[in-house]
Design a protein around this ligand. Structure first.
Ligand code: ADP
Ligand code: MG
Ligand code: ZN
Length: 477
């Protein structure tokens, strides 16, 4: 029999707001355990949450960028469950009136045609803490720093039909979240994670099969592998005359298999009720309009502008716009050096080479964002040679040095004033009588040799063109 895979995703993304959703604690990743906490996010009795307005704004931004309707009358609901990483024993979420509904993201489908993946809803909620299993002491520790970090949950319809479509959808979604500034989507830090709901059915069938859910997947590679594995597992069960059980499964990427965690819980298991500690949020039309008008430029629009206005080649543009981190560096660098094409060349050449060499990705770039621009200015103004520029960039990339200071301290600047260059060149002429005579006899190669000797004497610290000019003037006298 021929089978079709059916996939729907629930994606959780941590927002880039500075403060948590219901208190003033920082959302910064990491930190000493239990230092980013207060009475509110650690769930002390008698405290009251206050909604961070930025979270609502970010949710509206995401909704607009994913073609959703924005719900004007919002409220929060309380989802009750006990788990040690959730000190209140409930999570504030949205069940009945999620902030965004009925959207879609366009992807390239299995057949190569553009296709829509519908978004069922997007809702706001708070993240839970983290459990740390300490095998050495044989106990479990809990870190509440992540408690109350704002989340959006983006729920798709079961519209995807293959691992490729899922990766395409996630790539598009990640780009939207990054370009709108809603999230940094660092998967290793858990700021983008996906629950993969998957079922299989006979090709052509109208009914959906029974699905399983693989929770908290945080790498594209693992997601693609998990989909292949889980689809085959379900097909095998059906082929053997069995029935797929609706359950939550965990994907074990190291062993390349999934295993059952618990049977699927329903909304009613959580005894949801309207959150009594927060008033409803009414979102006015003007607010939605103003968010819409201030939406940052998204990927496709940026790409078009780079090609049409800056004259960048399409291929180069694609490489840069694939990563918001490269986009930010490119825009900052162009702003400083005023030469976008040259900025693009340095990024695609030197920077990508350094990233490749060190096994890093654009998210890992940690040097000052004005440094590359400063290097380009020095090269373009003839203050340093291109080669020196590349060496300085390597230092910037590795140690985040200040490029101008580094050039000054290491005496790497080019000397181009004639008064300094002339005596050195005269000296070279005096010492290379043979080549000088050859040049005068019409042998052009001899000139190259003499330039080389001058550059050596100047230890490469003069612009070759300037040296050639002075040399010729002296020889042709
Ligand atoms: P719940 O709230 O119980 O998790 P939902 O109906 O909200 O269930 O669905 C959760 C996710 O599962 C959605 O992304 C949806 O697209 C997906 N989904 C629902 N039914 C199926 C199915 N039969 N096969 C694959 N995915 C499904
Ligand atoms: Mg669910
Ligand atoms: Zn707090």
């Amino acid at each position: 029999m021929n089978y079709e895979i059916v996939i729907g995703l629930e994606v959780h993304t941590e927002l880039s707001t500075k403060r948590k959703i219901f208190c003033n604690c920082t959302t910064q990743f990491g930190g000493e355990p239990n230092t980013h906490v207060c009475e509110i996010c650690s769930g002390m009795p008698g405290t009251l949450p206050v909604l961070n307005k930025k979270v609502v704004e970010y949710a509206i931004r995401t909704g607009i960028a994913t073609n959703c309707d924005i719900t004007t009358n919002n409220k929060f609901d309380r989802k009750n469950y006990f788990y040690p990483d959730l000190p209140k024993a409930y999570q504030i979420s949205q069940l009945y009136f999620p902030i965004c509904r009925n959207g879609h993201i366009d992807i390239i489908g299995k057949d190569g045609e553009e296709k829509q993946v519908r978004i069922h809803e997007i809702h706001m909620e708070e993240d839970a803490g983290k459990l740390i299993h300490d095998d050495w002491e044989d106990c479990t520790l809990v870190d509440y720093n992540r408690c109350g970090v704002p989340l959006l949950e983006i729920v798709s319809e079961p519209d995807m039909r293959s691992a490729e479509e899922v990766i395409d959808y996630l790539t598009k979604l990640r780009s939207i979240l990054q370009y709108t500034g809603v999230s940094d989507c660092k998967m290793q830090e858990g700021s983008l994670r996906a629950d993969v709901n998957l079922s299989v059915r006979e090709m052509g069938s109208k009914e959906f099969g029974t699905r399983t859910e693989m929770k908290n997947m945080n790498s594209f590679k693992a997601i693609a592998r998990a989909i292949e594995y889980e689809a085959q597992r379900q097909i095998d069960i059906i082929e053997e005359g069995g029935k797929v059980v609706q359950e939550t499964r965990r994907w074990d990427d190291a062993n390349g298999e999934s295993y059952a965690m618990r049977s699927k819980e329903d909304a009613q298991d959580y005894k949801y009720f309207p959150e009594p500690d927060l008033p409803p949020i009414i979102i006015g039309k003007e607010w939605i309009e103003s968010v819409k008008n201030n939406l940052p430029e998204l990927k496709d629009a940026k790409k078009k502008r780079y090609i049409e206005q800056l004259g960048l080649p399409e291929y180069d543009t694609g490489l840069i716009t694939d990563s918001i981190h490269l986009v930010r560096l490119f825009e900052k660098t162009s702003e400083i050096c005023k030469k976008p094409k040259i900025a693009a060349n340095w990024i695609l050449g030197e920077l990508l080479m350094r990233l490749n060499e060190s096994g890093k990705t654009p998210e890992d770039i940690d040097f000052d964002d004005s440094s590359l621009g400063k290097i380009i200015v020095m090269v373009e103004e003839g203050k340093i040679s291109r080669d020196t520029g590349k060496k300085v960039f390597k230092k910037v990339f590795e140690e985040n040095v200040d490029p101008e200071k580094y050039v000054a301290e290491n005496n790497l600047g080019l000397v181009s004033d004639t008064a300094t260059l002339k005596p050195v060149i005269e000296d070279v002429i005096a010492q290379n009588e043979k080549s000088v005579n050859e040049y005068k006899g019409g042998k052009q190669q001899a000139l190259q040799y003499l330039i080389g000797q001058c550059m050596r004497a100047l230890r490469g610290k003069a612009p070759a063109q300037e040296v050639q000019k002075i040399l010729k003037e002296l020889l042709d006298k």
